[in-house]
Design a binder for this molecule. Structure first.
Ligand code: FMN
Length: 328
């Protein structure tokens, strides 16, 4: 048995699993590891740094990878699109903002366009534009995101997406999540948090350890780290991270943080410089519960496929050929 969906055909991949383009965390080595294991790795271009992107594309060697960029940030430096498309990535994933201005240029080449959405309205716009695939991201996700939960959001997007493959994201970190996503009608999954804690991830060892030790209950969405980093994110999105002393101090008093911003930014930058995760963010989602070990990404991906196959077989045994459900 193998799990083959329209997403496998779209990208010419063996397994319907994508590595999320985690800004500064999904580098070339991690993206290549996921692609070589049969999924598709997306380098996390984030806010867009030409030197970083060039280095990480090079680090991926001859592996077939894709790349993700933050749309509102790309709008401020649109020349980065040419730089990225010159590398002929298998896919470009755009998230958080209006992707329409970039559509014609992407369409000119071989690169497939994936758009990540957090609301049905955003999903409708992506469908009308005829993008190649849509990531329906639930609020459980690590990093920036919106308010909808993965479980009801994914099938709602599937219902309107027609032939466009829908990729589920947010809280999916093992084969059970993959099997559930397929049951919801998704054609595959996009995983960030689980690969954050992989050998090849560019997250620091401290941050990986914090992700391993912590769990979903220890995460929350807030805007405090964006303020501390001086990033003027649109109000539609905030960021899920582990709680730490910085969120405990400020997430209920964002006004106070704004008033003390110069001092707090200095404290924050000092903590980042020494990788103090009690102040600097550990950017993971609710799926932190499911991180049991830090291992090579290939092992995670293979484990996920084997477990998903097991659960899909188990579930299909619950239904008798005549359609009657068997008691467990
Ligand atoms: C550390 C980290 C950084 C992220 N950075 C980005 C990013 O730059 N662009 C983006 O589209 N999504 C980003 N995301 C969100 C992912 O694309 C994806 O939606 C999310 O990881 C899926 O949920 P999961 O973390 O539960 O697997 C990030 C996620 C994490 C954990």
């Amino acid at each position: 048995m193998s799990i083959h969906t329209s997403l496998c055909d779209l990208f010419g991949i063996e397994h319907p699993v994508l590595l999320a383009p985690m800004a500064g965390v999904s580098g070339g080595a991690l993206a290549a590891a996921v692609s070589r294991a049969g999924g598709l790795g997306l380098v996390g271009g984030g806010y867009g740094d030409a030197d970083w992107l060039a280095r990480e594309f090079d680090a991926a060697g001859d592996a077939r990878i894709g790349v993700g960029l933050i749309t509102w940030s790309l709008a401020r430096q649109p020349h980065l699109l040419d730089l990225v498309l010159e590398r002929a990535p298998a896919a470009l994933m755009l998230s958080f903002g209006d992707f329409q201005p970039f559509l014609p240029k992407v369409r000119d080449g071989q690169t497939k366009l994936i758009v990540q959405v957090q609301t049905l309205d955003q999903a409708r716009k992506a469908i009308e534009a005829g993008v190649d695939a849509i990531v329906a991201q639930g609020t459980e996700a690590g990093g920036h995101g919106g308010a909808r939960a993965t479980f009801p959001f994914v099938p709602a997007v599937v219902d309107i997406a027609k032939e466009i493959p829908v990729i589920a994201a947010g809280g999916i970190a093992d084969g059970r999540g993959l099997a559930a996503a397929l049951a919801l009608g998704a054609s595959g999954v996009l995983c960030g948090t689980r690969f954050f804690a992989s050998d090849e991830s560019l997250a620091s060892d401290n941050a990986k350890q914090a992700a391993l030790n912590g769990g979903g209950d220890d995460t929350e969405r807030s805007s405090v780290f964006d303020l501390a980093r001086g990033l003027d994110w649109p109000a539609d999105w905030n960021i899920r991270t582990m709680r730490n002393s910085f969120t405990r101090r400020w997430s209920e008093d964002v006004g106070g943080l704004r008033q003390n911003i110069a001092e707090e930014q200095a404290r924050f930058e000092a903590a980042r410089a020494v990788d103090d995760t009690d102040i600097a963010p550990v950017i993971v989602g609710e799926a932190a519960d499911l991180i049991q070990v830090i291992e090579p990404a290939q092992e995670t991906l293979h484990g996920m496929i084997v477990q998903a196959e097991h659960h899909l077989r188990r579930i299909s045994r619950l239904v008798e050929p005549n359609g009657k459900e068997q008691r467990r």
